[in-house]
Design a protein. Structure first.
Length: 202
């Protein structure tokens, strides 16, 4: 059987960046304490609309007691304003990895207050989960989504779509049978295989 050449799109980081960074997310942003931010739910929805195979994973650390958790505890101390004594505790760092069509980006984020952007001393589980989702949103910005919010620009830059292409060999259409039969013979679709990415928990 003879073959012809068919063009298939390859999703590159350049293509992802141009697609996501061109999205105007200002209508989804909210303002808190004079700071604009993109809610994680909208960030995920906008990404999935264009790249439905997006996966993400939060870094897991093991503490000195062998307990696994999604926060890296950093020893810290502060002065008690009432007693003048030193209180020992910890602050925390979370990390996230996002994969879009084989392209990955990593991001870390300290657990911070929502109004002072300072590290939270002895963070609660709510502080930690909020930081995880903020880290996810910031990691998506590394792919271009809402990147202009971090640069202080009001609107995103506009790009053209120059998706890279590769050539895939596809079989030619079989010849129609002779005689009076009008039954249509379906084309044989080319099948491409790729190595399965590492399992990423959601």
């Amino acid at each position: 059987m003879t073959s012809t050449t068919k063009t298939a799109k390859t999703v590159t980081m350049q293509h992802i960046w141009k697609k996501l960074s061109s999205i105007n997310v200002t209508k989804f942003t909210k303002v808190k304490n004079n700071l604009s931010y993109l809610p994680w739910s909208d960030a995920v929805a906008l990404t999935m609309e264009h790249f439905p195979t997006m996966k993400y994973n939060f870094q897991v650390w093991t503490d000195s007691n062998g307990i696994k958790q999604m926060v890296n505890m950093v020893p810290a101390s502060r002065m008690d304003e009432k007693t003048g004594t030193v209180i020992n505790g910890f602050t925390g760092i979370v990390a996230c990895t996002v994969e879009i069509d084989g392209n990955t980006r990593d991001m870390v984020l300290p657990i911070m207050t929502g109004y002072k952007n300072s590290a939270v001393f002895n963070p609660t589980s709510r502080d930690i989960t909020d930081a995880l989702m903020r880290c996810l949103t910031k990691c998506l910005a590394m792919f271009g989504l809402g990147h202009h919010l971090y640069t202080g620009e009001e609107l995103p830059k506009q790009y053209g779509d120059d998706t890279a292409t590769t050539k895939v060999v596809a079989p030619t259409k079989p010849k129609a049978p002779t005689g009076n039969s009008t039954k249509r013979i379906p084309l044989i679709q080319p099948v491409t295989t790729a190595e399965e990415p590492a399992t990423i928990q959601e």
